[in-house]
Design a protein around this ligand. Structure first.
Ligand code: NFE
Ligand code: MG
Length: 522
């Protein structure tokens, strides 16, 4: 469906410039997919915010009637950034439906594939998508060194500035330059790592492909494990790429995020959000899959509780769906209703016990910190936050999300060194299975952007129903049937916006969640 054929509710329409108390940012750039954000301000701060997913995709409808084994291939096409997570959720749902458990090689191979995808996603999110909200691209004009990439960037910036062009690191006109990091060394260092991160991201993709097959949509993920055989040569190839990525994460990514955070202390407070957190857990550490690197849990009002998937529902009162509101995903329906009154988004509104929940790296760090005594994630978080003098319970903020993402990226990359060592060449990475005529399965995992679930039912050997509840569906949800705003809508409230013609502060809040609208609307 083309965007022009969709009726956009007046709630999200552009506002005239005169006597402005609102702004619509449409599209939000440097994210994946089509997101419009409207903010209404009072006394220079956001008083109300609306988040609208602007396209419909229909994967849940496409899947109906298909062969169950098509699911992990079709759902990977939901996204080019986190296809692996959809493949993983799908094979986990099928494992349950078929009553099969992957071999240890299969489990470890899946962990390595998923970890490589986390690493590439987190690197691109900081350097290519978010850093230039804080780092002054124009600062490269003062660069006097001999790095070929920076010299080329310097020439490009100079040409852009003489032409008064904003793209792509908008805004970097002189009148806005005061809002960037003032430390020239920090600016130039992060720009250098921006360029290096392009190669690192490609390396993470190559590392993923060792056990996943051709990327971005991995043919190697299957129910029962993975299709790649485990060989000493593949282990060595993976280890060699991993050591380069770990060096970049340790030496560049994590320190760059911390220095950027320290240069913008205000953003360690802005963008707090709903402070309800949800995680399904991921990266099984044992043959029985019951211990995971990242734990599951639900954190509301400061209380950690055990995840109960029966409490998950999806409201559609303000979403363009004619299907009933409040259904649980196991019985979910997806019937588009583009002209629905009161709707302003193609994103549904998932709720846990009726509450909006933030998912993603911050949720994982918060839940792990309360649930575990001494996990590597908790230890690194405490050490890092100690240096920054931040209490873990105050991490909910724009910079808190960037910091949590970088911390977990290091934990995942470090753990890969252990998983790859556990692989046994020659042992099977796949357990055979039969597909029942009737069955159901739920696949819960963690995608780079947060908790991801696929719910599948099989009837007469074909997919009867398939529902996905996706990280950005949680984070970017519109208001629910009770009128409660979604997590990003809540995080925007209170954000100071100095200039409604250039609401960069609001965009920084949105980007800290790393939204992917292609996923959210699926
Ligand atoms: Ni399209 Fe995704 C991740 C998933 S986001 S990027 O991470 O699942 O909703
Ligand atoms: Mg869905």
């Amino acid at each position: 469906m083309s965007r022009s054929s969709v009726t956009i509710d007046p709630i999200i329409q552009k506002t005239p410039k005169m006597s402005r108390t609102s702004a619509t940012i449409d599209p939000i750039t440097r994210i994946e997919g089509h997101l419009a954000i409207r903010v209404e301000t009072a006394s220079g701060r956001v008083a109300k915010a609306f988040s609208a997913g602007e396209m419909f995709r229909g994967f849940e409808m496409i899947l109906k009637g298909r062969h169950p084994l098509d699911a992990q291939q079709i759902t990977q096409r939901i996204c080019g950034v986190c296809p692996i997570s959809h493949g993983m959720a799908s094979v986990l749902a099928q494992d349950e439906a078929y009553g099969v458990k992957s071999t240890d090689n299969g489990r470890l191979g899946r962990n390595l594939i998923q970890a490589a995808n986390f690493i590439q996603s987190h690197l691109i999110h900081f350097y290519q998508l978010s850093a230039v909200d804080f780092i002054d691209v124009a600062a490269v004009a003062s660069y006097q060194g001999n790095d070929p990439g920076l010299k080329e960037l310097k020439a490009w910036v100079s040409a852009q500035r003489s032409a008064n062009v904003l793209y792509p690191a908008a805004p970097f006109l002189p009148r806005y330059s005061g809002d960037y990091a003032r430390n020239a060394e920090l600016n130039i260092m992060v720009l250098k790592h921006y360029l290096d991160a392009l190669d690192m991201r490609a390396l993470a993709h190559r590392m993923c492909a060792v056990f996943a097959g051709k990327l971005p949509h991995a043919p190697g993920l299957v129910p029962g494990g993975i299709t790649e055989t485990i060989t000493a040569k593949k282990i060595a190839a993976f280890e060699s790429m991993l050591s380069k990525l770990r060096a970049f994460i340790d030496g560049c990514y994590l320190p760059d995020v911390l220095e950027t955070a320290m240069a913008f202390p205000g953003y360690l407070k802005e963008g707090k959000g709903c402070c309800n957190f949800l995680a399904y857990g991921a990266f099984p550490e044992s043959s029985t899959h019951d211990a995971t690197l990242f734990p599951s849990g639900v954190l509301t009002d400061g209380n950690l509780t055990v995840l109960d998937t029966e409490r998950i529902t999806e409201d559609t009162g303000h979403s363009y769906y004619a299907s009933p509101s409040g259904l649980s995903p196991a019985a979910g329906q997806t019937v588009p209703g583009h002209d629905k009154k009161g709707a302003y988004s193609w994103v549904k509104a998932p709720r846990y016990n009726g509450r909006a929940m933030e998912v993603g790296p911050l949720a994982r760090v918060m839940i792990d910190g309360l649930k575990r005594d001494n996990s590597p994630l908790k230890q690194l978080t405490e050490k890092t936050l100690g240096k920054l003098n931040i209490a873990a319970e105050n991490l909910a903020s724009v910079m808190g999300r960037h910091i949590a993402r970088a911390i977990e990226c290091k934990i995942v990359a470090d753990r890969c060194a252990h998983w790859v060592e556990q692989l046994v060449p020659g042992e099977p990475a796949f357990e055979d299975f039969d597909i029942p005529a009737t069955g159901r399965g739920t696949g819960l995992t963690e995608a780079p952007r947060g908790a991801l679930g696929h719910w599948m039912t099989i009837r007469k050997g074909a997919i009867e129903n398939y529902q996905c509840v996706v990280p950005t569906t949680w984070n970017c949800s519109p208001r629910d049937d009770n009128g409660t705003p979604g997590p990003i809508e809540q995080a925007l409230v209170g954000t100071p916006v100095a200039d409604l013609d250039n609401p960069i502060e609001a965009v920084r809040v949105v980007r800290s969640f790393d939204p992917c609208l292609a996923c959210a609307v699926h």
